[in-house]
Design a protein around this ligand. Structure first.
Ligand SMILES: Cc1cc2nc3c(=O)[nH]c(=O)nc-3n(C[C@H](O)[C@H](O)[C@H](O)COP(=O)(O)O)c2cc1C
Length: 191
């Protein structure tokens, strides 16, 4: 099992063509409760999740559209569907964000890192249960307006939008895993 787990991590791939069925409610709960076991300095449990499905995805479509309007205020209204449909690229989208607690020893950046670790656990958990997923973001994730639209607090920090569903094409991970050249990335410091 241990070596298999390493192989599983090694072969994880993002999937962009995601169709129904979305993860079931039970599967989400199993994955997210396991994701909450990510490393967590001070046990602050900074992770927060919101799952958008069905017409609920319009709430995310609106953030893409509002961001586009802020970028180009003269944009024609008939362009709206081109932006809102971005939220429909998967049957379910998980918003992952950090709820920051003021703490003398655990700065906000560490809390965001902990939530980032949880997001990676979510990707692995989704793959483990047979679902495909891709972690997305974009400039709309980092604005105050988006936080307002999504009813987040100003001090919250979005870590990502995990698009999840069933792989349209069942990519064979063993054949498509990216090559990793560890050599330039790793140093040993020995005496
Ligand atoms: C914080 C973060 C944000 C990302 N945002 C996007 C994004 O908006 N669009 C995108 O295509 N990929 C995004 N990615 C990258 C994909 O999730 C994915 O890792 C990448 O396409 C490589 O594929 P792989 O995971 O199969 O190696 C993001 C990754 C991270 C960690």
């Amino acid at each position: 099992m241990n070596a298999e787990f390493i192989t599983f991590m090694r072969n994880r791939r993002s999937q962009t063509k995601l169709v129904a069925p979305a993860p079931s409610e039970d599967d989400w709960k199993a994955i997210l409760s396991a994701a909450c076991r990510a490393a967590d300095h001070g046990n602050l449990q900074p992770w927060r999740y919101c799952i958008y499905e069905g017409e609920g995805r319009n709430a995310l479509g609106e953030i893409y559209w509002q961001h586009a309007l802020d970028e180009v205020p003269t944009m024609s209204l008939d362009k709206k569907p081109a932006f809102t449909k971005k939220a429909f690229r998967a049957p379910a989208i998980l918003l992952v964000y950090a709820h920051i607690t003021k703490h003398a020893k655990v700065p906000a950046v560490e809390q965001i890192m902990a939530v980032s670790a949880a997001a990676q656990q979510v990707l692995l958990g989704l793959n483990a249960l047979g679902y495909g997923a891709i972690w997305r973001s974009g400039p709309a994730c980092y604005t105050s307006k988006t936080k307002t639209l999504l009813s987040l607090q100003e001090s919250d920090q979005i870590v990502g939008l995990i698009y999840a569903g069933t792989n349209e094409q069942n990519l064979d991970c063993d054949q498509t895993a990216k090559e990793v050249n560890l050599e330039p990335l790793l140093q040993w410091v020995r005496d």
